[in-house]
Design a protein around this ligand. Structure first.
Ligand SMILES: Cc1cc2nc3c(=O)[nH]c(=O)nc-3n(C[C@H](O)[C@H](O)[C@H](O)COP(=O)(O)O)c2cc1C
Length: 141
C-alpha cells in the first residue's frame, strides 16, 4: 500500500474559533483517522491552521478533499505532498496543538525561533522553518 505525507495550511473562520468547532474537528479527526490509518498533527495559532496528514494515499487524498470543502476554514493551501516509506508520526493518531495555549516556557522557546506577530506565532512560509516547527511541535507531546 502506497503511503504519503500531505501538509497544508488554512485560516479558521471567526465563527469556528468562537464556537466549539475546533474540539469537534479534533474529535472527528481522531475517530476517522484511526479507522483510515492516518496519523499526524493539527496545529492552531491564532487563526492559522497547519496540518500534517500521513497515511495510505487513497485515504489521505479523500480526506484532503473533504477538508478542502469544509466551511469551518478557508484559504486552504497545499504546502507539500510526498510519497513516504515511514510516517514521522507513526506512534500516535491525530494530535491537536493550540500554540496560543501552550505553557509559558514552551511558548517562549518557540517565540525565539519562529516569527511572532500580534500575540501569535506565525506559521512560517519558509519550508525549512516549517519542518522545524512541525518537529518542535511533535516534541511538545
Ligand atoms: C482544519 C481542519 C482539519 C480537519 N482534519 C480532519 C482530520 O484529520 N480527519 C478527519 O476525518 N476530518 C478532519 N476534518 C473534518 C473534515 O473536513 C470533515 O468534516 C470530516 O472528515 C467528516 O466528513 P464527512 O462529514 O464528509 O464524513 C478537518 C476539518 C478542518 C476544518
Amino acid at each position: 500500500m502506497k503511503r504519503c505525507r500531505l501538509i497544508y495550511r488554512s485560516l479558521a473562520k471567526d465563527s469556528t474559533l468562537k464556537s466549539n468547532a475546533v474540539a469537534d474537528i479534533y474529535k472527528t479527526a481522531q475517530e476517522n483517522n484511526k479507522k483510515d490509518g492516518i496519523v499526524g498533527i493539527l496545529i492552531l495559532s491564532g487563526k492559522q491552521f497547519l496540518q500534517v496528514l500521513e497515511g495510505p494515499v487513497r485515504y489521505v487524498n479523500q480526506l484532503y478533499h473533504r477538508i478542502g470543502n469544509d466551511p469551518r476554514h478557508d484559504k486552504v493551501e497545499l504546502i507539500k505532498y510526498e510519497l513516504i516509506d515511514t510516517p514521522y508520526f507513526f506512534d500516535w493518531s491525530m494530535k491537536l496543538l493550540e500554540l496560543d495555549n501552550l505553557p509559558a516556557k514552551d511558548k517562549e522557546k518557540l517565540i525565539k525561533k519562529y516569527p511572532y506577530q500580534d500575540g501569535h506565532l506565525v506559521i512560517p512560509d519558509n519550508l525549512i522553518q516549517l519542518y522545524s516547527l512541525i518537529h518542535d511541535s511533535r516534541d511538545l507531546f
